[in-house]
Design a protein around this ligand. Structure first.
Ligand SMILES: Nc1ncnc2c1ncn2[C@@H]1O[C@H](COP(=O)(O)OP(=O)(O)O)[C@@H](O)[C@H]1O
Ligand SMILES: [Mg+2]
Length: 365
């Protein structure tokens, strides 16, 4: 039996926008009724186009935002509306890795202070000398040299700064790490190193990772399960391999077909029109206005997430007709191999670099 660590039920966040003394604000449906279950020790990925609500969902799970509706359970405790000490306990258990290692670290603080701060907050009883050795241990854990703890963020490369951010996140001894695009600001060669570091830390420390990424190669490389979001809703979810090999939802199929191939080109499953505004989403299925398979009944009601029998769930009333079980894998499948090849390339580059770094892990200016 796997243990559930993070669970969301009917989670919604609506932002009021454009209100004034004379006018009621309109509501922007950033997250629109999300159910999800994350198992202890797994890497769960959230993917979807910019603006579909990924960051809002992550902030809800961290309780940096309070949900408009729905429930969040962390490790069996209802965290939907907690405040004060309970919220502090949640902050210890669920930590965040920021996207941009350049702006997320205060440039005026040394690494010792940056990593020491959360230790001070979460373990105030710790003596200064012990804190220093704990900082050293955390730095080693993320592949940095403890001798560098008195240096400042600008003395480190992007990848190294992201490691500092991860050490900071680990300081409170969290159970869950949430990364909102944790590698997308880094060079491609460095991305694979940080992805590997996160996966190793997960295994060593028994962490659970929730990763938001728009790079499908990163998702395929590191996640066990994935949820695909469109306009605030999960449209398809399941084991990463099953989703990548047999995407059922027309949106997932379009998304996967946009992975660059080995030859560098991209091929898009034709979607008509623009993503509608989350202030005025289409009735019924949110995707129907761009879906090549839409029928009039798709406007009628919200399509439920239905189990497909292959471990995945899909929110499309036509999934059986448009991608039957015995069908050939849909055209996008070979494209995902392109992504895998790209990652094999990263891995080889990484192995070569690791060899070089064995002897000198210098601080780059
Ligand atoms: N604080 C806010 N106030 C109003 N609208 C917001 C706020 N935060 C996010 N949004 C809107 O919610 C939608 C989802 O945003 P976001 O969660 O950042 O998406 P993603 O991370 O997938 O790009 C977007 O339309 C965005 O403009
Ligand atoms: Mg975002």
């Amino acid at each position: 039996m796997t243990d559930v660590i993070v669970q969301a039920k009917g989670l919604a966040k609506r932002f009021p926008v454009g209100g004034s003394t004379f006018r009621k604000p309109r509501l922007l449906h950033a997250v629109d009724g999300v159910d999800l279950t994350v198992n202890e020790g797994e890497t769960f990925a959230i993917v979807g186009e910019s603006g579909c609500g990924k960051s809002t969902l992550a902030r809800l799970l961290m309780r940096l935002l309070t949900p408009t509706e729905g429930q969040i359970t962390i490790d069996g405790r209802d965290m939907s509306t907690v405040t004060g000490p309970d919220l502090r306990a949640l902050r210890r258990d669920v930590q965040f890795i920021f996207q941009d290692p350049f702006s997320s670290l205060n440039p005026r603080l040394s690494v010792a202070r940056l990593v020491g701060e959360p230790l001070e907050a979460h373990r105030p009883e710790m003596r200064a000398a012990d804190r220093r050795s704990e900082v050293a241990r955390l730095l080693r854990q993320v592949g940095l040299r403890p001798e560098h703890m008195d240096r400042y963020p600008h003395e480190f490369s992007g990848g190294q700064r992201q490691r500092i951010g991860i050490a900071r996140a680990l300081a409170s001894g969290p159970k869950v790490l949430i990364g909102d695009e944790p590698v997308s600001a880094l060079d491609v060669s460095v991305q694979a190193q940080v992805v590997n570091l996160l996966s190793d830390l997960r295994d060593q420390l028994g962490l659970t990772l929730i990763v938001i990424a728009h790079d499908l190669a990163v998702i395929r490389q590191m996640s066990d399960r994935v949820a695909v979001m469109y306009l605030g809703r999960i449209v398809e979810t399941g084991p990463t391999d099953a989703i990548f090999d047999h995407p059922r939802h027309p949106y997932t199929r379009a998304l996967l077909s946009a992975i660059p191939g080995p030859e560098g080109g991209t091929e898009k499953l034709a979607l008509s029109g623009e993503t509608p505004s989350p202030m005025d989403p289409p009735s019924g299925c949110h995707f129907r206005t761009r879906c090549p398979f839409a029928e009039s009944r798709c406007a009628d009601g919200r399509p439920p997430l239905e189990e497909t029998g292959t471990g995945t769930s899909v929110a499309c009333i036509r999934w059986r007709e448009i991608a039957p079980d015995d069908a050939e894998p849909p055209a996008p499948a070979p494209r995902t191999q392109g992504a895998m090849q790209r990652f094999d390339m990263y891995r080889r580059a990484l192995a070569a670099q690791d060899k070089k770094n064995d002897t000198r892990q210098e601080v780059t200016k």
